[in-house]
Design a protein around this ligand. Structure first.
Ligand SMILES: [Zn+2]
Ligand SMILES: [Zn+2]
Length: 134
């Protein structure tokens, strides 16, 4: 009888630790792997935001591809799926794309890759710290 205190706090942990990310689709899978590394659900949500540069340029929603952060990743190492930003084909790998040279691209559009990644994470309610230790 001691337990019947009326508290319904069962689900507080999972909600609190993953604010903004829906839990439903994760339940089937094991959560042992690093959540942030390969995360198709997050990738889909990033792309759905539309190109971050076109948005800045006032062009509205433009179909985007998902760009993985290059800053701080050496050689062939790929950043986790949570370190990404949405860019249209032109602003991604096209003539005006970040892949043509990141530094010049950042100067030209007056935003850094890291800022775009952080902006994307906050738009999707993703908390880097909360996810790293899952
Ligand atoms: Zn664009
Ligand atoms: Zn890319």
């Amino acid at each position: 009888m001691l337990r019947r205190t009326g508290f319904k706090s069962k689900k507080v942990d999972s909600i609190g630790f993953n604010a903004g990310l829906k839990r439903s689709s994760f339940k089937k899978k094991s959560v042992k792997r690093r959540v942030g590394y390969s995360n198709p659900e997050y990738m889909a949500r990033v792309a759905a935001l539309g190109c971050a540069i076109c948005r800045r340029l006032g062009l509205g929603w433009v179909t985007a591809e998902v760009h993985h952060q290059r800053t701080g990743t050496g050689g062939g190492v790929r950043a986790p799926d949570t370190k990404t930003a949405p860019l249209c084909n032109n602003h991604h790998t096209g003539a005006d794309g970040i892949h043509q040279g990141r530094k010049a691209w950042e100067r030209r559009f007056e935003v850094t890759e890291l800022e775009l990644v952080a902006e994307t994470q906050s738009m999707l309610g993703f908390k880097e710290e909360a996810q790293s230790y899952v």
